[in-house]
Design a protein around this ligand. Structure first.
Ligand SMILES: CC(=O)N[C@@H](CCC[C@H](N)C(=O)O)C(=O)O
Length: 381
């Protein structure tokens, strides 16, 4: 089957996944693409490894923004693709390659068919961590071009390709990373009574953490603690002096986040006491929930139903995913939606192969929506 222009771009981006704030090749690729477009209405600024691209409108009353994230994940790819990652141990396993290709597709359309309003495209680094949205928002480059509304999407493996799912209000959870370092006393495997074993302490702690959600969070509220990584010890016959747990906390309210953190701290103090060790907690980066502007989201959903009968719109539930796009929504009205990508493997899986047909659907829907939004006198006309 023929590969569309922007699916082709996605395939090229797929081969160069990079860590947050190290998206050097990705930034170069995007800048090279932008340099080939007619420059009369297009202005470009870089910020760290990100890019801000502005298209001047014909008779602007507002600035409409679109954001795409850029970073990959430390995952060794296991897809069947002939265009697999060329960066050993790194993969676009969260769809950011599609997000960028869609961003370029929307931008290209409006360079060729300018509308009345100004448009701002943000290619934002480090969504997976430590978070590029908040510092990008605080940058002079962004402040100078601050938009009146902002939108973004995230691919969703579980929906058919091109289906669009969203809801007003909370869409994604508050997040906090969670890193716990344990330091005890190492020793010979044969003399456990002379050591304080941090592999055993870490194992207890992982098990105890499972009770935090089930016994401290109101069952009608929702929260998650996932420990995704454990490091400890050096060799099979040496008792481990050190261990480290790395994970993430998700909640739908800041009260639950505070309660969960307080319980984790109490359990960690207990492990320190029980295993005669020292423990240190680092909460790493935390993201604001993605809270979709209620009136704008409802207006979009209504517009979809009225004017896009060939597209499928799903009124979905909120999810425990995190997204630093939430920071933009704390200051600027807008929303995020899921874009169906129909793949049996979930986000962050080494075998995920999103359906590329979703790319052109998203470009089509968003260009039509922005054109309509620009034709309205007011944002909520
Ligand atoms: C869409 C998505 O998968 N986002 C990530 C954001 C992670 C933020 C941070 N590193 C954390 O783990 O808390 C997600 O895991 O939801």
């Amino acid at each position: 089957m023929a590969v569309s222009t922007f699916a082709g771009i996605r395939r090229e981006l797929h081969q160069i996944p990079e860590p947050g704030f190290a998206e050097f090749k990705t930034q170069r690729y995007l800048l090279d693409y932008l340099a080939k477009l007619p420059a009369d209405r297009l202005s470009i600024k870089t910020w760290k490894t990100g890019i801000l691209a502005r298209i001047a409108g014909k008779n602007p009353k507002k600035t409409i923004a679109w954001r795409a994230d850029m970073d990959g994940l430390p995952i060794a790819e296991e897809t069947s693709y002939p265009f697999r990652s060329q960066h050993e141990g790194y993969m676009h396993a969260c769809g950011h390659d599609l997000h960028m290709a869609i961003g370029l597709g929307i931008l290209t359309h409006f360079v060729q068919h300018p509308i009345d309003d100004d448009l701002l495209f943000l290619f934002q680094p480090a969504e997976e961590g430590p978070g590029g949205a908040q510092p990008m928002m605080e940058s002079e480059e962004f402040r100078e071009w601050k938009p009146d509304c902002i939108f973004a999407l995230h691919i969703a493996p579980e929906y058919p390709a091109g289906h669009i799912a969203t809801k007003p209000g909370i869409l994604f959870a508050n997040t906090s990373e969670l890193m716990i370092d344990l330091v005890g006393k190492g020793g010979h495997a044969a003399f456990p009574h002379l050591a304080n074993d941090m592999v055993v302490a870490a194992s207890h702690l992982v098990t105890q953490l499972q009770s935090v959600i089930s016994r401290n969070v109101n069952p009608l509220d929702s929260a998650v603690i996932t420990i995704g990584k454990i490091d400890g010890g050096t060799r099979q016959n040496i008792i481990a002096e050190k261990a480290r747990l790395e994970g993430t906390i998700r909640t739908f309210s800041m009260e639950s986040m505070a309660r969960v953190k307080a319980r984790i701290e109490a359990l960690v103090r207990g492990v320190e006491e029980g295993f005669s060790c020292k423990a240190q907690i680092d909460y790493g980066c935390g993201y604001a929930q993605v809270y979709n502007h209620e009136a704008l989201t409802l207006q979009f959903m209504d517009w979809m139903q009225r004017t896009q009968p060939e597209r499928t719109l799903v009124h979905c539930s909120e999810a425990m995913t995190g997204e630093d796009f939430g920071f933009f929504l704390t200051e600027i009205p807008g929303f995020m939606f899921w874009l169906g990508a129909n793949t049996p493997y979930g986000l962050h899986h080494a075998k995920i192969e999103p359906d590329e047909q979703a790319i052109d659907v998203a470009i089509d829907v968003v260009t039509k929506y922005f054109t309509w939004l620009s034709s309205q006198d007011a944002l909520l006309g």
